[in-house]
Write a protein of this length. Structure first.
Length: 521
């Protein structure tokens, strides 16, 4: 739901069906259509060559008695492939195998006829038809077309060489009509022409494949046109989209249900939308719309953000100055205060869920993201949905009562997580680090955290140090009792030069994409 200049690029993915699924359906339809038409064309061509042109009686070849059988093979191969294709619903590898076998067989057959019967004729027409019809109409991966292209380009000289070597009549014909030089000339000419045709067919396939991929990316979800994938979260994929009528940039989240838990995931997803849409604080991500597609895919649209999250901020630029840390935490407290007043706890406050952007000329404007694990404090239904046998939350920042499933949680759990976020911002590391997630959780349950001032490379005022440590108290009763109380404590801290939106704008002017100054190792 966020766009960060520092995040890695993601491979575009499908929103309703994957590109691979769409390609499979198109491949099956196109193959059936082309093979039915191809069968009729093969029958007509066979009758034409058999009854109108026939074999030149002046050209002797040992394969002359088999000429009708050889032409019959064109028709039989296409007919068998058509019957095979309609016999069952093949997987994509199965369809590609049928396609590749049929086209390869017919390319080799055309090359055999050219070498064994026509001799001076180069099989450009027949093979170009096979290559270009295939490239234009059959949506195969580029490597499949490369395989056919190699067969077309190299099969002809190999076929000519084999027949020249092993069939005395053919070798004798060429020795009587110019020798090896006369034999080599049409072979080299034909090979060159077929290489050109093969390369062109691969280029066509590549271009059409990418066009199909681009069209797939541009599919719609309701009124939203999908452009590209931003990333994946715990509940699904997030895409950049535009409203079809208003052309407003939007982030669209699409549910990604795992195998066997579709109903549970659907319930969580719907709850995330319902809870998030009740929140209107300017520092909370705004939900625009919600719906289902005809394929029962749930999605919702939210505001599209440009900037970076706190995970990226610290990773790239090091610990955050205390005055800026307070400026950011103050806004997060505003968002959480509204949520807690509505009996909603976030449960997954962490650096990557706190995003810095700009709104209306205000920089370092905070947006709290992803209420996907949000819980209504007094909702039995929500308890049922979230009891899945696993700890919900992020181990690095999880509150002790969240890790201990027997304890009841309230908004103070979010304040513990926020204390961990503050620790990350000031110290450049989370409160606890360990080789495994289980060990980190045990630390949250039992180990007192060191003060951030003892591990940070920057100077941290004692007052801010104390606020962070109070947030990280194991006993909720020893923490701030509300986000509003924490906010008051933060605002009571005084600095010679407080952080402002103007200072934030100066910072962003230096650190936008293209002028980024990263922390030196």
């Amino acid at each position: 739901m966020e766009a960060s200049p520092f995040a890695p690029a993601f491979v575009p993915a499908a929103a309703v069906t994957s590109f691979e699924e769409e390609l499979h359906l198109t491949l099956r339809r196109r193959l059936r259509l082309v093979l039915v038409i191809g069968f009729m064309v093969a029958v007509a061509a066979h009758l034409f060559y058999q009854n109108v042109t026939g074999l030149d009686p002046e050209i002797y070849t040992p394969f002359a008695p088999w000429i009708d059988v050889i032409y019959d093979l064109f028709v039989v191969s296409v007919g068998l492939a058509t019957l095979l294709l309609f016999s069952r619903d093949w997987s994509t590898p199965g369809l590609l195998a049928i396609d590749y076998t049929l086209i390869t067989f017919n390319i080799l057959l055309a090359q055999f006829i050219a070498v064994a019967f026509d001799r001076n004729e180069i099989p450009v027409f027949a093979i170009s038809i096979l290559l270009f019809v295939h490239a234009a109409f059959i949506p195969v991966p580029v490597l499949s077309q490369v395989g056919l292209a190699v067969t077309a380009a190299l099969g002809f000289p190999l076929m000519a060489g084999v027949l020249y070597t092993w069939v005395p009549e053919i070798r004798g014909y060429w020795l009587e009509n110019g020798g090896i030089a006369a034999f080599r000339a049409p072979v080299l000419e034909g090979t060159f022409q077929l290489i050109v045709l093969a390369v062109i067919s691969v280029v066509i396939t590549k271009l059409l494949y990418h066009i199909r991929l681009s069209l797939h990316r541009a599919q719609r979800l309701g009124n939203y046109v999908i452009e590209r994938e931003l990333g994946r979260g715990g509940m699904g994929q997030v895409f950049v989209a535009q409203h079809a009528l208003m052309c407003r940039p939007t982030a669209v989240k699409v549910m990604d249900s795992g195998p066997g838990d579709g109903h549970l995931t659907m319930a969580r997803f719907e709850r995330e939308v319902r809870l998030s849409s009740t929140l209107s604080h300017p520092n909370t991500i705004t939900i625009y719309d919600y719906g289902r597609t005809g394929k029962e895919t749930l999605y919702y649209a939210m505001e599209y953000l440009e900037g970076l999250n706190l995970e990226e901020l610290v990773a790239h630029f090091g610990p955050v100055p205390p005055e800026r840390t307070i400026f950011i935490l103050d806004q997060v407290c505003g968002s959480l205060s509204e949520a807690h007043d509505k009996q909603i706890i976030h449960r997954d406050i962490k650096p990557s869920n706190i995003f810095l952007t700009h709104r209306g000329g205000l920089w370092d404007f905070v947006k709290v993201l992803d209420f996907g694990l949000a819980k209504e404090i007094r909702s039995d239904e929500s308890d049922t949905i979230t009891k899945t046998g696993v700890v919900l939350g992020t181990p690095r920042y999880i509150a002790p009562e969240a890790a201990n499933a027997t304890e009841r949680m309230d908004g103070r759990a979010d304040l513990y997580c926020l204390g961990g976020v503050a620790y990350w911002m000031l110290a450049g590391r989370p409160p606890f680090e360990a080789p495994s997630s289980v060990q980190v959780i045990v630390h949250h349950l039992r180990t007192p955290a060191e003060a951030p001032s003892t591990v940070s490379e920057i100077c941290i005022p004692p007052g801010l140090d104390a606020i962070v440590m109070r947030c990280l108290a194991k006993d909720p009763a020893q923490r701030f009792q509300s986000a509003s109380e924490l906010r008051v404590a933060l605002r009571d801290l005084r600095f010679g030069r407080p952080w402002t939106h103007e200072l934030a704008e100066e910072w962003w002017s230096l650190h936008r994409p293209g002028s980024t100054r990263r922390k030196e190792p």
